[in-house]
Design a protein around this ligand. Structure first.
Ligand code: NAD
Length: 317
């Protein structure tokens, strides 16, 4: 039985990843400090069914407080999902927290791996926000790193610190640049989550800018599979775009959600937000070729799942 460690295991993506690893027969150690970026009750609910699993051990601590020598014993794969995510909140006084959770905590984790672990692969969650505004056409991994938000800066710095540990210490780190992730348990600050709840309540949806900005949306199970493939096939220092292969405007997303909920969306347009990219569209050729990654869930199917989950009584699946 392989042992994996998942940081940020109570979060949106981390909780799905733990579930999948348990299904695959791993022993999983999860770490999460219930950071206050959103309601702890949602994170507790994300963990609920996982806690009952005999192969899952949960440590409710921050990365900065973990007893690494004890925890890393026997860990072969480490999936680092913990971070302070979100572009909009990263402006102003919160930058110090972003830098602490996204850069400093990652560096401490890498030091711990170096000092105490025999981890065979460290898979790290990065973000398309490292690119900033993307050019026409698909963006591949050699595009300029030019973040347009403080959050993007912290993810770019996190990648740099990972590269330093690969170069200097040969730590086997693989970085995945996720393109906007959606699906059940999506963070409440994220667009689809807000759209679904507003539309269902008959309230207007607020769109920043003209709504024509596009995103490459990626269903959460595709992100999870990319992580597992990266642990097996990724090489030290590799960076992969992980997108859903479906660029679509926010207006079109709202139209589809309205159709699925059988409501006519009311829209309010607000000024464009600082740091928002006009478009994101991943070239996933490298991930396809080296990892065998292939996004499997089309947008309408994924949205149907997210809506079903949002309104299911148990809200846990
Ligand atoms: P999330 O906030 O739902 O999950 C992150 C979890 O990490 C939270 O439960 C939080 O409590 C925990 N955490 C934060 N700092 C911690 C620390 N120091 N110690 C222990 N736990 C800590 O966010 P998410 O959307 O699931 O994102 C997961 C990862 O994916 C993040 O690294 C994020 O930057 C990255 N990412 C997400 C998206 C997306 O669309 N959701 C896109 C690009 C990149």
């Amino acid at each position: 039985m392989k042992t994996a460690l998942v940081t940020g295991c109570a979060g949106f993506i981390g909780s799905h990843l733990v579930g999948r690893l348990l299904t695959l027969g791993y022993r999983v150690i999860g770490i999460d400090c219930f950071y206050t970026n959103y309601d702890a009750a949602l994170k507790e609910r994300n963990l609920k069914s996982l806690l009952a699993h005999p192969a899952f051990t949960f440590l409710p601590v921050s990365l900065q407080q973990v007893d690494w020598p004890a925890i890393l014993v026997g860990v072969e794969e480490l999936y680092h999902q913990a971070a302070l995510p979100g572009v909009r909140n990263s402006w102003g006084n919160s930058f110090a927290s972003y830098a602490e959770q996204n850069i400093t905590a990652t560096q401490q984790l890498l030091e711990a791996c170096l000092a105490h672990g025999q981890v065979k692969k460290v898979v790290v969650a990065s973000s398309s926000s490292v690119y900033g505004t993307m050019q026409q056409g698909l963006t591949n991994e050699s595009a300029d790193i030019n973040p347009t938000s403080p959050y993007g800066v912290t993810k770019a710095a996190m990648e740099q610190i990972c590269k330093v540990y690969v170069k200097a210490h040969q730590l086997p780190i693989v970085m995945l640049r996720y393109f906007t992730v959606y699906g059940p348990r999506q963070r409440p600050d994220m667009a689809f989550h807000r759209f679904i709840h507003k539309l269902a309540a008959g309230e207007p949806i607020q769109l920043y800018g003209d709504g024509q900005q596009t995103r490459d949306f990626t269903y959460v199970s595709d992100i999870v599979e990319a992580n597992i493939l990266a642990a097996t096939h990724g090489g030290a220092g590799d960076i992969f775009n992980i997108g859903g292969d479906q660029e679509i405007s926010l207006l079109e997303v709202v139209r589809i959600i309205g159709q699925l909920l059988r409501v006519k969306p009311q829209l309010q347009f607000l000024p464009e937000q600082l740091g928002d990219s006009r478009r994101t569209c991943a070239d996933i050729t490298f991930a396809r070729q080296k990892l065998g990654y292939q996004p499997a869930v089309p947008l309408k199917t994924g949205l149907t799942e997210q809506i079903r989950h949002a309104f299911s009584q148990s809200t846990f699946s």
